[in-house]
Structures are given as structure tokens and as C-alpha cells.
Design a protein around this ligand. Structure first.
Ligand SMILES: *Cc1c(COP(=O)(O)O)cnc(C)c1O
Length: 355
């Protein structure tokens, strides 16, 4: 979370703008919360230039919830194509099997998820209800730098993207998207809020068994108030949208400023790792994630020392996911360039002491 957002939330904690209430004490149907919700949606739309033909839904259930909610709403019980590029898209495909024929149209498992399969090699079914991909694989550190143009690949299906771990780190090419979903907890706010951005034409396809609270049509028609939405999460994400809109890098504003900052952060870290004989990253350079940087020490017997020294230097949460091992630096939007500089200085010093 950006520090400025946490400070604002602390200042508002007991009394939001003279209302005499904390945001957590408001009725979700009251005018105060209505203002917070509407402003959050407006700012999110402005931040990511979301076109009018999309609805922005504030939901609960997280990314894994959406792995079921998307097929319940969009699959019509038919075939769905999955592009499996790491742990998260693999989980999505597995969960969807409960509700539809979830085909693997492409996979990078043979490269151990270190390179993205070329879209021209995907085995797409022209009649698939939709095509799912994870645009940033958080654990394996592979990111689509560009979304595929499904029509050009001979598919008529809408594209569904899980953008949980890089939402608001760069622009989204909405022309190529049918639905995007993401848990807020990586780049936008506290856990508990899930954002779904969905094209109007996809709202009326839900299966009979779809729970009402997760039916996109009902949620959209009720402005995300079909049931109580995660009010605190919406408020915090709203503060983050404001903060993001105000960011600047030279002439760049908002998400473009973030994209530039994220590009520089990633370049610094990957550049150092690639130049060092002590560390390495296995992901093909053209699909490396700007948000999640997995890396390894060539001598893995030093892993515990590396992590302990990092902890003492105030550099936290660097242990890699258990399925990949090694280290992982998650350098989300709120991580300033100085944080990455501090990490690189620590890595350089550790290398110097051990070579
Ligand atoms: C973190 C993450 C999720 C998380 O799902 P939750 O149900 O919110 O825990 C889903 N997809 C991706 C790509 C993620 O990085």
C-alpha cells in the first residue's frame, strides 16, 4: 500500500469527513458510502480508461472465487480454452472443469513456465465460450507484454484475463478484452475486494446454478449492492486510485507514470541479476514480469543466510514460492524505486562477501 494512502486512512479512521462515523460503521446504502463507491468507480474508470461498454463490479471471493464465478457466468456449460502459463492459470483451468469442458489450448509446462507460448501456436476452438489467460503469473514471473488479438487467431471467443497481480501497473488494451478480474490485495488495496470489469454483452449468460450474489447481471444492475459489498476494501482501493491518478513521471500521468516507474524498477533489478555470476533468473527476457521477479542464488546453500541478512536490512518477503524455490521480489506499484535500489545494494554486498 502507498504510505500516503495508509496515512489518509488512519486520519479518517474514527470520523470520515465529519460524518461522525468510521467507513466501517456506515450503512452500505447510506449517502456517505454511496459517495465513496461512486467516486471509486469513477476514478478506476479514469485510471484505466475503461470504455463505457464495460461494467465495473466490486465483488468478493478473490481470484480463486472468480475461477468458479467466471465459468458459472460465461461458459454456458460449453467448451472453454485455457492458456496455461503458470500456477494461477493452471488453477483456473482445474477449477473450471467443475462447470464446463475446460480445454488446455496452450501450455508452457515444458519450459517449466519460463517462456510464453506464441499465440500462433495456440490450439483454439473457434466455438469456445471464452479464452482464459493469466496476464501476469505472480509465482513464475511471466507477464504478457501485449494481449493476444483472438480474432486475428481465428477465434470468435471473448478473452478473459486474470490481472490480479499487475492491475493498474500499466494500461489495458480493452479492445482485446471481454472480462478482466483481479483480487485487490496485490496492487490496489486490502484483501477482500475483487474487481471485475465485464462487457455489457456478456452479462446474460449465467448458468441456472450460478449463485445470485455472484451473478454478474444482478451485481451490475444493483451497482455492486446486490448484497453488502466489501465496503472497507472499496474505500481503501478508492484512496489508492486517487493516489495513482496523481502520480507523475515527467510528462506521464497516472497509470502511464506507474508503467514507466515499474519499467525502470524492473530494468534495474533484472539488469543486476543478469550481469551477476552469483544470481540468475530463468524467465525469457521478453516475457519477464515487471511486478514479480523470481531469482536464484547459484549456491542454494546460502539461501537461508541471504534471507536472514535481508530481513536484518529491512527487506522482507523475499522467499520464493514453495513450488518454484529460490527468491522472489514482488515490486508492486507501491514499491518505490528506492526500495529496489536498496534490494540491489544488499544483493551486491551479499555477493561481495561470498565470492
Ligand atoms: C494472488 C492471485 C490470485 C489470488 O486469489 P485469491 O483468491 O484472491 O487469493 C489470483 N490470481 C493471481 C494471478 C494472483 O496473483
Amino acid at each position: 500500500m502507498p504510505e500516503a494512502v495508509l496515512r489518509q486512512a488512519a486520519a479518517d479512521m474514527l470520523d470520515w469527513q465529519g460524518s461522525g462515523m468510521s467507513v466501517m460503521e456506515m450503512s452500505h446504502r447510506g449517502k456517505e458510502f454511496g459517495t465513496i463507491r461512486d467516486q471509486a468507480e469513477q476514478d478506476f474508470r479514469a485510471l484505466l480508461a475503461v470504455p463505457d461498454e464495460f461494467h465495473v463490479l466490486f465483488m468478493q471471493g478473490g481470484g480463486l472465487g472468480e475461477n468458479a464465478i467466471v465459468p458459472l457466468n460465461l461458459s454456458r456449460g460449453a467448451g472453454v480454452d485455457f492458456v496455461v502459463t503458470g500456477s494461477w492459470s493452471a488453477k483456473s483451468q482445474k477449477e473450471a472443469q467443475r462447470y464446463c469442458r475446460a480445454r488446455v489450448a496452450a501450455s508452457n509446462a515444458d519450459s517449466r513456465h519460463t517462456a510464453l507460448p506464441a499465440p500462433s501456436s495456440w490450439q483454439l476452438d473457434p466455438d469456445a465460450a471464452y479464452v482464459h489467460l493469466c496476464s501476469n503469473e505472480t509465482i513464475h514471473g511471466v507477464e504478457f507484454q501485449e494481449l493476444p488479438d483472438l480474432q486475428a487467431l481465428g477465434s470468435r471467443a471473448p478473452l478473459v484475463i486474470d490481472f490480479s497481480s499487475h492491475v493498474a501497473s500499466r494500461r489495458v488494451d480493452w479492445r482485446r478484452v471481454g472480462l478482466a478480474f483481479g483480487g485487490a490485495q496485490k496492487n490496489l488495496g486490502p484483501a477482500g475486494l475483487t474487481i471485475v470489469v465485464v462487457r455489457d454483452e456478456l452479462l446474460d449468460r449465467a448458468l441456472e446454478i450460478c449463485p445470485s450474489a455472484f451473478n454478474y447481471r444482478l451485481v451490475a444492475d444493483n451497482h455492486s449492492m446486490y448484497n453488502t459489498p466489501p465496503t472497507w476494501g472499496i474505500y481503501m482501493a478508492g484512496l489508492t486510485f486517487r493516489w495513482l491518478l496523481a502520480q507523475a513521471e515527467g510528462d506521464l500521468r497516472g497509470v502511464d507514470a506507474m508503467a514507466e516507474r515499474n519499467r525502470r524498477k524492473a530494468e534495474l533489478l533484472y539488469g543486476y541479476i543478469d550481469a551477476s555470476p552469483f544470481y540468475f533468473n530463468e524467465v525469457a527476457p521478453e516475457c519477464r514480469s515487471r511486478m514479480n521477479v523470481p531469482f536464484f542464488l547459484r549456491d542454494e546453500s546460502r539461501n537461508a543466510d541471504f534471507l536472514e541478512g535481508a530481513r536484518q536490512a529491512g527487506l522482507l518477503q523475499l522467499k520464493g514460492h514453495k513450488s518454484v524455490g529460490g527468491m522472489r521480489a514482488s515490486i508492486y506499484n507501491a514499491m518505490p524505486l528506492e526500495g529496489v535500489q536498496a534490494l540491489v545494494s544488499y544483493m551486491r554486498e551479499f555477493e561481495r562477501l561470498h565470492t
